[in-house]
Design a protein around this ligand. Structure first.
Ligand code: SAM
Length: 285
């Protein structure tokens, strides 16, 4: 069954009386070259297991199933379960779970399905929850090697920006703390049905064994980063002071102690500088 053929898609969906849900981020891939590339670059091969999020009609699922030992795919939309039973018929190494990925115990999923295998995540993400999904995957500290996902192009640029560059944001710092990031390739809006009004990019996050910096209090570090970036047109000190309720004097003291200018902007700070600043803030506050 050619799942990137628009006529095949129309026939299957028509038979199941399915209509696309915009609120679930349902834009299905119709370009035949994208999924094989994603599966290859995502590391799906013999000896590996793959977690997929949001299979839709299963267009990426089948490419993963052809290459990896096993694929477990999590789809929230119950209406797609009978559709997937049909499109994935014959792929005995695929398990479909009807659930919200953000409420799924992925450690258990890995233990139950991928004992002794190297595990990757590969998905064309629902864009409305790109950051929550990525942070859920990373903060859970799952034993996975790579997370290869399609996201909106602007999100890809932000996620894969260098920390300390103008394009960086709190999410850049958070993701870079857990993974090395890279943009693999772009995907135009015409490659989907229905065609969204944004372009996309496939990115790969290589999960780090150790964070790139050591901080005394991880939770405080992330709170500080969020606060520092919260007022983009203002200084990091302003954001930190109002976001964390620490006086401007104390924030200034921590910045000086860290060898940083009191007027520095969050996007100019490197990972190391942010780490030192968060440790010093904890000392002086
Ligand atoms: N993989 C398919 C493709 O590439 O054509 C579909 C991708 S579509 C962009 C996103 C998919 O994620 C949809 O099937 C949608 O129903 C599903 N989805 C949305 N929110 C979800 C959630 N919280 N958990 C799991 N799946 C979700």
């Amino acid at each position: 069954m050619e799942l990137t053929d628009i006529n095949v898609i129309k026939r299957i969906l028509g038979r199941h009386g399915f209509s696309f849900s915009k609120s679930l981020g349902q834009n299905f891939l119709i370009d035949p070259t994208v999924c094989p590339r994603m599966a290859e670059m995502g590391g799906a091969k013999e000896g590996t297991g793959v977690i997929e999020i949001g299979p839709g009609l299963g267009v990426l699922t089948v490419e993963l199933a052809k290459r990896a030992d096993k694929v477990v795919t999590v789809e929230l939309d119950t209406r797609l379960i009978p559709v997937l039973a049909e499109t994935l018929d014959g792929y005995r190494n695929v398990e479909v779970i009807n659930a919200d990925v953000l409420k799924t115990d992925l450690h258990k999923l890995i233990d139950d399905n991928f004992q002794g295998k190297s595990v990757n995540v590969c998905a064309n993400l629902p864009y409305y929850i790109t950051s929550p999904i990525l942070m859920y995957l990373l903060e859970s500290r799952l034993p996975v090697e790579n997370i290869t996902v399609m996201v909106q192009k602007e999100a890809a640029d932000r996620l894969c920006a260098q920390v300390g560059s103008r394009e960086s944001g709190a999410i850049t710092v958070a993701v870079n703390y857990y993974a090395e990031t890279e943009v693999l390739f772009g995907v135009e809006r015409e490659c989907f049905t229905p065609s969204p009004n944004v372009d996309s990019s496939v990115i790969r996050l290589r999960v780090r064994k150790e964070p790139p910096v050591k901080v005394n209090d991880e939770e405080f570090f992330f709170k500080m980063v969020k606060a520092a970036f919260s007022q983009r047109r203002k200084t990091a000190a302003n954001g930190i002071s109002s976001g964390l309720g620490i006086s401007k004097d104390k924030v200034g003291e921590a910045l000086t102690l860290s060898g940083l200018s009191p007027t520095v902007r969050a996007e100019a700070l490197t990972m190391e500088e942010l780490a030192v600043l968060s440790d010093n803030l904890l000392k002086v506050r």
